[in-house]
Design a protein around this ligand. Structure first.
Ligand code: OGA
Ligand code: MN
Length: 212
């Protein structure tokens, strides 16, 4: 990682999120970029179907396609190693009890978006920390597709975003999953990202596993 885990931990405890430019080693970023652009159309799943059986597919809410990453691919594995170091470092500093990480590439074709949502509804998910890494070269303001993050506990839907993030290669956003509603504005060109979540172990944290 380009910044220390101390800095990430401080940001998470002070404001709950951090945006890190050029977060990872150039080799790792380029490897991921090659990997994601080399995936064939059949390898992509329409978001909302597949692994999470309780997640209703809803094209009105999101229109991206996803591909789950694993240790079997060397580029994906290099990224997962970085996430493992982050997991251990945050657990040591913040006692977060992060148990594992799951993640997928996402591609937003021209015209795709993801409406405002929260990654984990309070008490109903074991996802506690979200990570988004962007994999696009030379993104400009005209390309749309920005991530907008909104303040926690907002009553009024009209509130201004607290953060706008341009999905440029290497930019990584890390945030507490339950606390920040966010959306992806309509993208005007093909957009690639890698999104993942650190989870706590439901049985250890005393929560009841949602039916799956
Ligand atoms: C998500 C998400 C944002 C992005 O997949 O849950 O909010 O910028 N992605 O790709
Ligand atoms: Mn999200």
């Amino acid at each position: 990682m380009s910044i220390s885990i101390d800095d990430i931990a401080d940001a998470l405890s002070e404001k709950g999120y951090i945006v890190i430019p050029r977060a990872l080693d150039a080799n790792v970023l380029n490897g991921l970029q090659h990997r994601v652009t080399d995936l064939s159309p059949e390898q992509w799943l329409s978001a909302g179907i597949g692994r999470n059986t309780d997640f209703q597919q809803n094209k009105k809410i999101r229109s991206d396609n996803i591909f789950w990453i694993s240790k079997n691919d060397p580029q994906e594995s290099a990224f997962l190693q970085n996430m493992e170091l982050l997991r251990q470092g945050l657990n040591q500093r913040l006692y977060m009890g992060l148990f594992d990480f799951e993640g997928h590439f996402a591609t937003y074709p021209k015209g795709a978006f993801y409406q405002r949502h929260v990654d984990a509804l309070h008490g109903r998910s074991n996802r506690v920390l979200s990570v988004i890494l962007y994999l696009n070269d030379g993104w400009s303001a005209d390309d749309g597709g920005e991530l907008l993050m909104y303040p926690e506990h907002q009553e009024c839907q009209e509130k201004e975003p607290i953060q706008r993030v341009v999905p440029e290669l290497g930019t990584m956003v890390v945030f507490l999953s339950e606390q920040f509603p966010h959306e992806v504005l309509e993208s005007h060109r093909q957009r690639y990202s890698l999104t993942g979540w650190f989870r706590v172990n439901s049985s250890l944290s005393g929560r009841v596993d949602p039916a799956s």
